[in-house]
Design a protein around this ligand. Structure first.
Ligand SMILES: *Cc1c(COP(=O)(O)O)cnc(C)c1O
Length: 487
């Protein structure tokens, strides 16, 4: 065996395979119909198709790329497919894809200003651009995290630090008789990341208080006020409330202005979770979705969800960066820099030290589409959802089950006389059939115990024909399912 050569591959390989992969990507984006949206593979198939042991020596890129196409691609569920309507549909875009190439090439670690001034300054600038696009006033500090789950966890950590008398930073929470039990409030439709944050921070799941919703799935402020008052009287310490703009199941909007009044009165930190719905405010016509957020203490919106930026890119804002910094800043000697008092060092505002240069992709996406282009795309997605809801409502045996405020429709097939159990079976069968077509992918949820289907528009390449195709497949499947004898 010859000695392995050292160093990177020659750049001729980059030119050759880079050009080939760019052509592949273009072809992939042009011809999504060649792929089933949901991978049809069964558990273990991808892994079994690949060698269990790593290669003993170098393999040509040619062969690796071939295996990507032959063995990896069949196990991909195509989130970047215009027929992807499940969960919250997301999509990358060409400027975002190009930016990811540059990010990998530079391989910057943006932990300190000094370790790459442009990465820190572009993150601050781009977050301020996004703030302006969302129609928020001055006074918000923004930072990019990987996910909304992390952003919400940081928000609750900051909420704790906003009560310095608790001395949690220094003394922790365990074994302290002097510390009241902390309580966090959110609606029963809040995202599970609120509970995960409570788990992580030692607040405990029992202390996440789920406030009931009204009949449009919105947190009831009167019930929030009562829960806070009851908890206060019982010796708990109300710490934070998470209001959601665009809940995960049904995209309802909690009444943030009324919630903000209560939070301010009770000295409770208000975090707005607009992971999906918040970005809609980029459209002036939808700006009202963030009403009241100006009174909140923190906010998260996910450009990787509905702003055409490749995952991951979660924008976290707070009006109290000094509190966030107090919660997390820790500077060991090897990270001390001369400039540290004059600059933002992103490592001070969260748990992680190393940091990807995510701002570059958001900056390129915003520039390449412009404020008007982004707004028009978001509005188009909402219009497609409204069209779909219109088709559903026009059919006697179908119904929408929640208002369509964004680009999500919750609906079901509901033939007269069927019991709730029948409807669950029928709709679940419809979903199976439609998803098995490979042309579209939808998901489901339960609302007040009712099994409902969800169609979420969010892919940059989704057009009316894709939504219409989903509707045709749904109707066909309903015909087949309801024609079959009940089991
Ligand atoms: C998707 C979603 C989240 C979680 O987002 P991640 O970035 O995946 O952590 C949180 N809240 C809401 C309302 C969401 O829709």
């Amino acid at each position: 065996m010859s000695e392995p050569t050292l160093g990177d591959l020659p750049t001729s390989e980059l030119h050759e395979h880079g050009a080939r992969l760019l052509r592949w990507i273009g072809d992939y984006l042009d011809h999504p119909e060649r792929h089933a949206v949901v991978s049809p593979l069964t558990p273990g198939e991808v892994r079994r198709s690949l060698p269990a042991a790593p290669p003993a020596s170098a393999e040509p890129l040619e062969r690796i790329i071939e295996d990507f196409e032959r063995r990896i691609l069949p196990g991909i569920t195509h989130w970047n497919h215009p027929g992807f309507f499940a969960y919250f549909s997301i999509s990358s875009s060409i400027p975002g894809i190009l930016a990811e190439l540059l990010i990998a090439a530079l391989d910057v670690n943006a932990m300190l200003w000094k370790t790459s001034p442009a990465a820190t300054e572009l993150e601050q600038l781009t977050m301020d651009w996004l703030r302006q696009l969302l129609g928020l006033g001055d006074g918000w500090f923004g930072i990019i995290n990987d996910t909304a789950s992390i952003s919400t966890m940081l928000a609750l950590a900051a909420a704790r630090e906003a009560k310095p008398e608790l001395e949690i930073r220094a003394r922790g929470m365990a074994g302290r008789a002097d510390l009241p039990t902390l309580r966090v409030y959110c609606s029963e439709h809040a995202h599970s990341s609120v509970e995960k944050a409570a788990l992580t921070l030692g607040i405990g799941l029992d202390n996440v208080v789920k406030i009931p919703c009204d009949d449009e799935f919105r947190l009831r402020p009167d019930m929030l006020a009562r829960a806070i008052a009851d908890d206060g009287a019982a010796g708990y310490l109300p710490l934070a409330c998470v209001a959601t703009v665009g809940t995960t199941s049904v995209a309802s909007i909690d009444p943030v202005p009324a919630i903000a009044v209560i939070c301010r009165r009770e000295r409770v930190w208000l975090h707005v979770d607009g992971s999906y719905g918040g970005v809609a405010a980029v459209s002036p016509r939808l700006r009202h979705v963030l009403d009241g957020t100006e009174q909140a203490d923190s906010l998260v919106v996910n450009p990787h969800k509905w702003l055409f930026t490749p995952i991951d890119c979660s924008a976290f804002y707070t009006r109290h960066p000094e509190i966030l910094k107090r919660a997390f800043s820790l500077v060991p000697e090897y990270l001390v820099t001369r400039e540290q008092d004059d600059v933002v060092n992103l490592m001070d505002y969260g748990v992680q030290l190393g940091r990807r240069f995510r701002a570059l992709k958001l900056w390129m996406v915003i520039r390449a589409f412009g404020a008007d282009g982004l707004a028009a795309r978001l509005e188009q997605h909402c219009a497609l959802a409204r069209d779909f809801a219109g088709w559903v409502s026009a059919e006697r045996e179908w119904e929408t089950v929640a208002p369509v405020l964004f680009s999500l429709v919750c609906f079901r097939f509901a033939p007269a006389g069927a019991s709730e159990a029948d409807l669950e079976r029928i709709n679940s069968d419809i979903l199976q059939r439609v998803n098995a077509s490979g042309e579209v992918y939808l998901s489901h949820t339960k609302l007040d115990g009712r099994y409902v289907l969800r169609l979420a528009v969010g892919n940059i390449r989704t057009e009316e024909r894709h939504v219409a195709r989903a509707w045709a497949l749904l109707r066909d499947a309903a015909g087949e399912v309801s024609g079959s004898p009940p089991q």
